[in-house]
Design a protein around this ligand. Structure first.
Ligand code: AMP
Ligand code: MN
Ligand code: MN
Ligand code: MN
Length: 289
């Protein structure tokens, strides 16, 4: 992963992207909030993959500590053969359209997990399915990170950063293709739940300039509201590039660490540079107020 560029932290510490044990994070929602508080985070969005199960506990933990919790989720989407993550912020997790949509994505994850385990078995690694579930604190939400922790624990690879490169990334023996939600579905579920949709870490998608333009205009036409401009996945150049893209497509600029856990993430909660100048910050969106 790319290292963050050193810059001053903003006056108000806002982190709109992180994970708990409700998906593939290491910390429980409570421990995540305690860590955020100790690091001076004032506005925090919990954005677990395809599940909102951690929000209630996170809200209770935030209440006493003067942190404002933004209800979030990170939805897995397939757009033209490419996996794209769409963060929903300021959502009401009880809205049936969203809850049912996320349940359908999770069902797809279960089926994919069986196929990943079969693929790993073909290269001699047995017990992958049970092994991955043993690392999933939320049995409704299984993902590649849980397989990665299993493979590290079994000694197949030394470190988390090697396991995707060797086994789980596209083209590797444990990778299987998968059809996630459509961009229109994800945007629709988030809108129905009263939230604002944000394209997560665009710098991670291997798209051409023309394809990015198509993604962002299609997303905006579907009611999408923002782009993650500052994220641990971006270097400074990428943040500047996507700040320009946000302006060009009339989208707001978001900022989130994508923290998964101490030891697994090089960017800690709230440890992010400010948005580049001239960005319209996503936290001004009405869904967050
Ligand atoms: P999934 O949604 O189950 O396909 O898993 C995607 C998750 O795997 C991401 O949210 C990250 O937490 C993790 N991940 C993906 N690629 C890498 C990588 N190269 N190194 C470490 N973690 C990764
Ligand atoms: Mn993840
Ligand atoms: Mn993501
Ligand atoms: Mn994430």
């Amino acid at each position: 992963m790319i290292r963050l560029y050193p810059e001053a932290l903003p006056m108000v510490s806002i982190d709109l992207h992180c994970h708990s044990t409700a998906s593939d994070g290491v910390l429980s929602p409570t421990d995540l909030v305690l860590r955020a508080a100790s690091r001076g985070v004032q506005v925090l969005a919990l954005t677990d993959h395809d599940d909102t199960a951690g929000l209630e506990e996170a809200r209770a933990a935030c209440a006493d500590r003067g942190i404002r919790l933004v209800n979030g989720v990170e939805i897995s989407v397939s757009w033209r053969q490419q996996t794209v993550h769409v963060v929903g912020l300021g959502i009401d997790p009880r809205v049936p359209a969203l809850a049912q949509g996320l349940a359908s994505v999770r069902a797809g994850r279960e089926a994919r997990a069986r196929r990943i385990a079969d693929a790993l078995a073909k290269c001699g690694i047995r017990g992958g399915l049970e092994g991955a579930y043993a690392f999933a604190a939320n049995p409704r939400l299984i993902g590649r990170t849980h397989f990665a922790r299993f493979l590290v624990a079994q000694g197949h690879v030394k470190e988390m950063k090697d396991v995707f490169r060797k086994y789980l990334a596209r083209g590797k023996p444990g990778y299987v293709s998968h059809q996630w939600a459509s961009l229109a579905e994800a945007a629709g579920w988030i809108a129905a739940a009263g939230g604002v949709a944000v394209i997560a870490h665009p710098g991670r998608y291997p798209l051409s300039g023309a394809e990015f333009a198509e993604l962002f205009s299609e997303f905006r036409d579907l009611g999408g509201g923002g782009i993650e401009v500052v994220t641990s996945s971006h270097n400074r150049e990428q943040s500047l590039k996507f700040a320009r893209e946000a302006q060009r497509f009339g989208l707001l600029a978001s900022r989130g660490s994508d923290f998964h856990g101490p030891g697994e993430s090089h960017c800690d909660l709230g440890a992010l540079p400010e948005l580049p100048p001239a960005c319209l910050p996503l936290w001004q969106h009405r869904a967050l107020h």
